[in-house]
Design a protein around this ligand. Structure first.
Ligand code: UGA
Length: 443
């Protein structure tokens, strides 16, 4: 099939590439000329395991092209995906400017009947606005061309995006057009083997499904962070509690890891946007607001522990920081808990020696050169000359450090474990003080 994808961010680039890998001919459109140029030279703008190889192979095979020119791209697509960003507006609602601009562009260039598929995370009702925008542009041109607008939200996780796209656990298709559904069924057939993963529904339900999924996951995390805060106060260990509740299949072990709060480009934005959608429809989403508040407070937790340990005096101290990315296997630092910690440490007069396997460039890009941030090339380098070590991202490489060596290197051997990846007893046996999240010994 001929496929066009608007937007070469995480969702667009991964979707376009996986569809090309399955033998479709895919044209990806982006307004960012420099990005398109780099992609055509085989340079991938994001770090995502497995993506680069697939982009290079499909590009070389002529199944994957990148362009800034929408007209031929729109003429190319039997199916046209909209996968552009929906950043938060000042009031928390999703900014639909990019989505509607693409819709208008499609309307201005559409030459034959086509299926427009919205993959961006958008407020309920956006498919109708996309349809109206395309129809208005067609009317301006005085042409009458049939088209369907389908909602097909994306559920990929950064760091595992290619796998999620190739082996989805569900493919949600929101459409009332049997013809459009039949085409998407064919397009997704290679990803939908063994058992049917397609979940058909109306457009609005599909749009809400995306927000509901992310809001549920964010709720699980904030719930566990709240339990961790209670555990600290009552002298319980949240890690034991986690085990104790996760074994109930109705609760499950997934996504109940307490920590320094959720970050990334999705949960913070989507929880706020759903709260806003509810408000716009006359409903106060008290639970969602609490999820957001708990998360905002949790991002301060590690700094609070550090400040408390050092008697409130961090001026002139050096803190080693392991992890900058909002989670492992990505270089993404959007809404990363590391950012709040960095900024609080600087505010308190501390210097940070930071290491992350992938996000060092991103940190340089965000913060520029500054005397109180030393970006190190190795984890051990970050610790050299530091008073204490804080861990905020659970990269595999951080899981089994040589505690004896750390004890000898850190000036005041203490670890602040923002992801509960260490066994407190093992750390303490090496002569290092230990603070975790909700482990009954910090308050
Ligand atoms: C999330 C969802 O998991 C995807 O299903 C969804 O498609 C995506 O958003 C999206 O809307 O595009 P992502 O933001 O890549 O994916 O990352 P997650 O793996 O969900 O992690 C989000 C945050 O939650 C991270 O900061 C992570 O450290 C934190 N987290 C996760 C916890 O603190 N505890 C947990 O138990 C799990």
């Amino acid at each position: 099939m001929n496929v066009t994808v608007f937007g070469t961010g995480y969702v667009g680039l991964v979707t376009g590439t996986c569809l090309a890998e399955m033998g479709n001919t895919v044209v990806c459109v982006d307004v960012d000329a420099a990005k398109v140029e780099r992609l055509n030279q085989g340079q991938i703008p994001i770090y995502e395991p497995g993506l680069e190889e697939l982009v290079l192979a499909n590009h070389a095979a002529g199944r994957l092209a990148f362009t800034t020119d929408p007209a031929p791209a729109i003429a190319h697509g039997d199916v046209i995906f909209i996968a552009v960003g929906t950043p938060p507006d000042e009031d928390g609602s999703a900014d639909l400017r990019h989505v509607l601009a693409v819709a208008r562009t499609i309307g201005l260039h559409l030459g034959a009947a086509s299926i427009i598929v919205n993959k961006s995370t958008v407020p309920v009702g956006t498919a109708d606005r996309v349809r109206d925008t395309i129809a208005a542009a067609l009317r301006e041109r005085g042409v009458d061309i049939g088209f369907d607008v389908v909602s097909n939200p994306e559920f990929l996780k950064e760091g595992d995006a290619v796998n999620d796209c190739m082996r989805p656990d569900r493919i949600v298709i929101g459409s009332s057009s049997p013809a459009a559904v039949a085409v998407l069924r064919r397009l997704y057939a290679p990803f939908n083997r063994n058992h049917d993963r397609i979940v058909l529904m109306d457009v609005r339900s599909a749009e809400l499904t995306k927000y509901a999924a992310n809001a549920m996951l964010a709720t699980k995390i904030s719930f566990m962070n709240e339990m961790a805060n209670i555990a600290e106060r009552v002298g319980a260990d949240i890690e034991l509690v986690r085990h104790g509740i996760g074994s109930d299949p109705r609760i499950g072990y997934h996504f109940i890891y307490p920590g320094v709060g959720y970050g990334g480009s999705c949960f913070p934005k989507d929880v706020q946007a759903l709260d806003r959608i509810a408000r716009d429809h006359g409903y106060t989403a008290r639970l969602l607001q609490s999820v957001e508040q708990v998360n905002a407070a949790q991002k301060n937790r590690l700094f609070e522990l550090i400040a408390q340990h050092f008697g409130g005096n961090l001026a002139g101290r050096t803190i080693a920081l392991w992890g900058l990315a909002f989670k492992p296997n990505t270089d993404d630092m959007r809404e990363a808990p590391s950012r709040r910690l960095l900024e609080q440490l600087w505010q308190a007069g501390a210097t940070v020696r930071a290491y992350d396997p992938e996000a060092r460039e991103e940190a340089r890009h965000i913060y520029g050169e500054r005397a109180d941030l030393v970006l190190c090339e190795q984890a051990q380098q970050a610790v050299a000359g530091a008073d204490a070590l804080a861990v905020v991202t659970e990269w595999k490489a951080f899981r089994s450090p040589d505690f004896k060596r750390l004890a000898a290197t850190l000036k005041q051997p203490v670890i602040f474990d923002g992801r509960n990846i260490y066994d407190p007893a093992a750390v303490e046996a090496a002569g290092i003080a230990y603070y975790g999240i909700g482990r009954g010994r910090s308050v």
